[in-house]
Design a protein. Sequence first.
Length: 788
Amino acid sequence: MSLSNRIAHAIAESALPHDQCQACERKGLPVLPLRRALVPAPRPAYRYPLAGGDQVATRMGLRTLREGYLYVLLDQRIWYAYEVTEEGHLRRFNPIEPPPAPPRLLARQCLGENHDIPSSFLTLDTEAFSTAWIAFSSDAWPRSVLNAYRNAKTPPARFQVLDLGLARSAPAQVGVAMTLSELQVDRQVFEYNQQLPGAFDSVHGFHSRLLRQTATRGYLLNAIARHQLEHGVLALVLDDTVGLVQEYNHQRLGWITRRQQWREDPLRAYQLQTSQILQTLRAMQWPWAEQQTPSFEPHSGDGPPVFVDPQVERQREVERRALNGVARLEERYHEPKRASFQAEYERQEAEYQRYIDLNTQAYAQLCDSSLFHCIEEHDYDGDDRESGIAYSKTMALCVAGGVTEAAAVDSEPHAPAPGSSAALWQRWLQDPNSPPYRAVLLRDRALLAALLPSFSSTDATDWGDSDKLYGALSKVIASDDAGLGIRDTLRQAIADTQGAINGASLRLKTLLPPGVQRAVLRLNTASQWLYNGVQLIELQVQMKLSEYYALQSAHLRELQHKASVQAAKARERMLLGLRELDDDVRAARARVQPIIQNGLLSLAVLDPKLAHSVITVSVWVEGTADVLHERLAQEASLRVNQLSDAAQISLVNLSVAAGTLDASARQLLHGMRITSKQATQLVRTSFTGLRGVASSWELLLALGGLYLTHDSLAKNLEKAEVEIGDKSREAVMALHGSKLAILGGGIEALGLIIRAGATQINSRVPPTPAGTARMATTIRVGRALVRV
C-alpha cells in the first residue's frame, strides 16, 4: 500500500464529524446488529423435577449486542469502529485511538429524547462502499491487529461479509427483515419480547427493550422512507463465539452453585450424614462378625468326627451374626425411609450433574472450534500491554471453573471422555500456548518463552530454566507502566484463571507428564511476584519425623481453637427460642470435643526408631534471597551467641529446592546452617499459607498459598512414606490425616477471603454485567468453601 493510500485511509477512519453525536446522529443505512446467544427455553424439558429453587433450561436464540466492540471493514480498506455499551447502544470512535474501557453509557438526555433507538443501529455508507466485513469483539483491537486483518494476514473467517446492495434491496436474504407490519425482533429477540429475564442468570446481564417497540417502529417508519427501503430494515445476526463460551461456562458453574445451595439445606445435610453413617454401620456388621466369630477348625485330632466343612460352617455363623446385627440396628430407625431418602438424593445429584454436563459439552465443543481459536489467536497482541490485559480478563470468564465432570469412583486413572472439560483441560495444560497460560502471563512473549522449558525439562533442578523465567519477570516488573499490581479487576481475573489451572492440574495429575506440574508450580510463583509483589523461595531443612508431626498437630489444635471460638460466638447470636436446644447442643459438644482434640491429635509415631527418623522437609518462604539470608544469619548468630557452643549441636543444614525461580538464591544460601528453632519456625509458618505485602490481592494470594502448601505437604508426605515404609501403617495414616486437615483449614480460609474479596472489589469498581455475574457466583462459591 502506497503512502498516499495509507494517509487517505487514516483520514477516512479518524475524521469523525464534530457536529454530530457519534451515538445517535450518525448518517447512513441503518442495520440492527444482533448476536447468537443462549436464551431461556420456553418449555424446560426436565426429566425429573429439581429441588432447590427455580431452574432454567436454555436454548440458542437471538439477543442484542453485549458490551464490547463492533468493527466494520468497508471494501477491505476503511475501518469503522463502534463501542457497544452494556445496554447494547453503539457509539462510533476512532479505531486507532479506542476510548477507555468499559464503554460509557448514553447520556440521560439521549435516553429521554428516544435517542436510544438510533444508537442501537450501526450505519453504513452504501454509496461509497459495496461490502462490509463485520466482526464483534469483546475488547478493542490494537493497531497491529487492525492492520493484520486489513492486509489479510489472518483468517477471513473471523468476519461476516455483508453485501451492502443486498442489505438495502433484499434484507431477508442476509438476515432478518424488519418491516412496519412485521417487526420480527419482537418475536425472535429475547430483549424485545421480555420485560424481565426471570430466573435466567446471564453472564452478560439483561436490558429489556420490550417497552421500546413502539419507538422502534417509529424509527423504522422514518428510516424506510428516508432510504427508500421497500423490503424493510436489516437486522444482522453476528457470531459471538467468545460470548457463547462465557455464557455456557457461566451456566455450568451456575448449576454447580445451585447444587451446592441445595446440598447446604441444613435438614437435607443432616439426613444425608445420618444415612451415610447408617450405611457404614450396616456394612461394618460383616467385618465385626468376622472378628467375633472364632475358628471352627478342630484344635486336636481326638475329638468327635466332623461331617461338615469348618470353613463353610464358620461362614454361615458369620452371616447369621451380621444379619442379627443389622436387624438390631434397624430397630432404631426406619430403613425404608432411609433408603427412599438416599435414592431420591442420588437421583437429584445425578440430575444436577446431567445439566452440568450438558452445558459442559457445549462449552468444550465451542472451545475446540476453529472460530474460538481464531479469535483467541488473532484478536489480541501480547506486545501491546493493554491488549494483553484485556485478553486476560476475557479469558478468565472463559476458563474459570476448570474440570466439572463428576470424579471417578475408582482410583484407576482413565483417559477423559472426548468432549469433556477434563479432555479440554488435559490438552490445555500440556500446551504452553493455551489460553490459561497466556491469560496468566498477559500473552507476554518473553514470559511465555521463559516458561516453555519447564514443560520438557527432565531435571527437576534445572536452574537455567528457572533463571530465564526469573529474568523475564524482572524485566516486566521493572518496566511495568500498566500498573499490574494495582488493577483489582485484572488481579481478580488472574485469580480465577490461576485457580482453574491449579484445580485442573491436581485433578488430572495422574494423566499429565511431570513437566506440567513443574510448569504450574513455577506459574504460581511467577503470578505471586508479578501481581502481588511476593517473591517465593522453596527451602529444604532436616527434621525428625516426630517433630514434623507434632508441628502439624499443634497447627490443627490452633485451627480447632479458632473454630470453637467462632462456634461460641454463633451460639450467642442464636434466638432466645432456641435456648433449650442450645443447652442440649452444648452438653453434646462437651462430650464430643475431647474426642476430637485429645483423641485424633494425640496420635504419635508408635515406634521410637521411626520417631527419631530424619526426613527432608520442604517449605515455602516469602522474601528475596538476600533479605532472607541476612535475616536467618542474624537470628542464627544471635541464638548461637546466647547458647554458647552447645548450640552447634542443634544446627541443621539449609538448602534451596527446585521450585525457586531466583537461581542466585542457591548460591547465596549454599552451605548455610540454621538453628533447629529457626527450622521449626519455618515449617510452622508454612502451614498458614502466604501473608503477602500490604498491596497484595488476598484471593490470588490465598489460591497460590493453598497450592504451594499442598505441594510442600505432598512432597513431605512422600518422603515420610519412603522413610516409614511398611513399618507403621498408623504413622502413615496419621500423616495423611494431618495433611488433609491442614488443607481443609486453608480451604476454609480461602472461602472467607473469596466472600470478603468479592464484596470488596464490587465496592471499588463500577460493576459491569460480566463482573456482577462473576462476583455473585464468586461470593456463593466462597460461602460453599467456608462450609467444606
